[in-house]
Design a protein around this ligand. Structure first.
Ligand SMILES: Cc1cc2nc3c(=O)[nH]c(=O)nc-3n(C[C@H](O)[C@H](O)[C@H](O)COP(=O)(O)O)c2cc1C
Length: 192
């Protein structure tokens, strides 16, 4: 099935090399705006986005996460934050926002990478460091960093054959006798 939106979703890939070309402020704002159109439980919108362009801070983030060189290469890092007191589903809500951000970047012909996740050892160290370094309030959690810039590598767009897994789709119940084989043989919605 084809549509501009489905095309965009297939074209989004994680980019881990960036050119030195800076981003325009309107490009950065456009992807953040897109992030804020994400759904959130009870429409609480518990997200905050911290834009990092300072090379020193980028280097510190790269060092702590041990992710080189693209964290330093990316002209912009977005630290995706949430306010747990606003919603128990803050992490889901800001994850939806993050995906919107990545898709908007793709639409603007920018490269992006979603880096790291909360509650891992290195992340906890980074969170503590950034809280101090960038004056992030105590009631705000950081969940990931999105590296953003002009791509210096162009991973192939996703294709159905490479990614769509019919065995991970469960229609009606987890398993019907014979259903997996039917789907694996190329069935699915059209067959039912
Ligand atoms: C929660 C989360 C954390 C991720 N952390 C990293 C990371 O630390 N380093 C990295 O290179 N990619 C990271 N990624 C990107 C994944 O590696 C990438 O999405 C996956 O390999 C599929 O490739 P694609 O994005 O091109 O479809 C992360 C993605 C998610 C959703």
């Amino acid at each position: 099935m084809d549509s501009e939106c489905l095309d965009l979703i297939r074209a989004r890939r994680t980019v881990r090399r960036f050119t030195p070309q800076p981003l325009r402020p309107d490009e950065v704002e456009a992807v953040i705006e897109a992030a804020m159109y994400a759904p959130s439980r009870l429409n609480r919108q518990p997200w905050h986005f911290l834009i990092v362009e300072d090379p020193e801070v980028k280097h510190e983030i790269a060092e702590i996460l041990r992710v080189h060189p693209y964290i330093e290469e990316a002209p912009v890092l977005v630290v995706v934050c949430g306010r747990p007191a606003s919603s128990p589903t803050w992490l889901m809500d800001i994850s939806a926002a993050t995906e919107n951000l990545l898709l908007a970047a793709t639409a603007l012909d920018l490269g992006s990478a979603w880096v790291a996740a909360p509650d891992t050892t290195l992340w906890s160290i980074l969170e503590e460091h950034l809280r101090w370094r960038l004056h992030i309030p105590q009631d705000i959690r950081m969940a990931s960093v999105v590296a953003l810039g002009h791509a210096a590598e162009h991973p192939a767009r996703h294709e159905r054959a490479e990614r769509f897994d019919p065995l991970k789709v469960h229609y009606g119940a987890w398993e019907r006798v014979g259903a997996s084989q039917e789907l694996a043989a190329g069935g699915g919605a059209a067959r039912r």
